[in-house]
Design a protein around this ligand. Structure first.
Ligand code: DOR
Ligand code: ZN
Length: 345
């Protein structure tokens, strides 16, 4: 039985750092383990221009602890008014690695998102030509669509059309939660991939709704029924190059989640690797972990894999009930539980 596992240093292809004090407090959890992260732009106000992206990157870099090497990969928040020239310039100048499509109202800080996906076509055309990756929060927002069906509906209404009208556009279908999404991505060409979070590999919707409402298991897209979780586990642990690590770690202060109108988002950064690795072990797929965590993402983005390595050993770790951050406390994913691997520092 393998008791240690050494892999190339991983990257996180979907992450929320926030800003200010919160960013300073949560950033080390990611930067000490991951070499790079695709940083989400849903700040208030959102990161909508190359100038804002460059300034946010500076703020992130100034929060990286001494002696730690870490590179934030910035994303541009797409709106109804995104200027394709500014986006293309931001990409050419190395500010933006990708652009993020939030349907307006789909999730936290998405109010400035896109109100009609079709209106984005000129921007998508430019992205296709320039090889700019489109990261998609794939949920429709229509009130008549059940929240558990919103991802599947987004595929039918938008992704099928986008992939057929922009066949070379690189698309990351983010934080997928359904077998519908797995199958859709598998049916597309190599220019369409997907990130999978730790929580969607560990929990189904019961974890949110059974035994009293569990706000710390609430994120968007919401966890679905068990068949979907099993399809995600199969995809993630398959070694298929289309699927890669993206935590969607999203810090919210404890009181904003334990509230009459609780925020969506799960803070998993402190034990993300240990959490994923537990899944790979349970699935008998430790040999596929490096592909998912460290190889498939860079290959999709056309970047080199990291040269340095990270070692994990089979030793139990206890996840604390809460962590201090942003002048407040956050309840991390797996709070109060034990995980079977730890990182060798
Ligand atoms: O649960 C979520 N939280 N889903 C998202 O898409 C956004 C994120 C956040 O920013 O808190
Ligand atoms: Zn996210």
């Amino acid at each position: 039985m393998t008791d240690t596992l050494t892999i190339r240093r991983p990257d996180d292809w979907h992450l929320h750092f926030r800003d200010g004090v919160m960013m300073r407090d949560v950033l080390p959890y990611t930067a000490r383990r991951f070499a790079r992260a695709i940083v989400m732009p849903n700040l208030t106000p959102p990161v909508t221009t190359a100038e804002l992206g460059a300034a946010y990157r500076e703020r992130i870099m100034s929060a990286v602890p001494d002696g730690v090497t870490f590179a934030p990969l910035m994303t541009c928040y797409l709106t109804d008014n995104t200027n394709p020239d500014d986006l293309a310039r931001g990409h050419a100048e190395g500010v933006f690695t990708a652009a993020k499509l939030y349907p307006a109202g789909a999730t936290t800080n998405s109010d400035n998102g896109v109100t009609d996906v079709r209106k984005l076509d000129p921007v998508l055309a430019r992205m296709e030509t320039h090889g700019i990756v489109l990261c998609v929060h794939g949920e429709v927002t229509d009130h008549d669509i059940d929240v558990f069906d919103r991802e599947a509906e987004f595929i039918e209404r938008h992704l099928r059309r986008i992939t057929s009208e922009f066949p070379k556009l690189k698309i990351v279908f983010e934080h997928i939660t359904t077998s519908d999404a797995v199958n859709f991505v598998l049916d597309c060409g190599p220019n369409v991939g997907a990130t999978i979070t730790p929580q969607h590999l560990h929990i189904n919707r019961n974890a949110m709704l059974v035994g009293g409402i569990q706000p710390h298991n609430y994120c968007l897209p919401v966890a679905k029924r068990e068949t979907h979780r099993l399809a995600l586990r199969k995809a993630a642990t398959s070694g298929n190059a289309k699927f890669f690590l993206g935590t969607d770690s999203a810090p919210h202060e404890r009181h904003t989640k334990e509230s009459a109108c609780g925020c969506a988002g799960i803070f998993n950064a402190p034990f993300a690797l240990e959490s994923y690795l537990q899944v790979f072990e349970e699935e008998g797929a430790l040999d596929k972990f490096e592909a998912f965590a460290s190889l498939n993402g860079p290959a999709f983005y056309g970047l080199p894999a990291n040269e340095d390595t990270i070692t994990l050993e089979r030793v139990d770790v206890s996840v604390p009930d809460e962590l201090k951050a942003g002048g407040s406390v956050i309840v991390p994913f797996h709070a109060g539980q034990r995980l079977g691997w730890r990182i060798v520092d």
